[in-house]
Design a protein. Structure first.
Length: 56
């Protein structure tokens, strides 16, 4: 049971850190974000999405 709690805490910390990095880096202008969705464009390309297209 202890191991499950440690894995959950680690996963939440990792995902939270990535989200926090994405928001801070795009807000401060360190990373490019063409469509202003707080996800850096290189992360969108990594997931196979085109950041230049808007979600209409």
């Amino acid at each position: 049971m202890n191991e499950i709690v440690i894995v959950i805490i680690g996963a939440v910390t990792l995902v939270g850190g990535v989200i926090l990095y994405a928001v801070i880096s795009t807000t401060t202008g360190m990373e490019e974000d063409v469509n202003k969705n707080y996800i850096p464009d290189w992360m969108e390309r990594l997931m196979g999405r085109d950041p230049s297209k808007g979600e209409d």
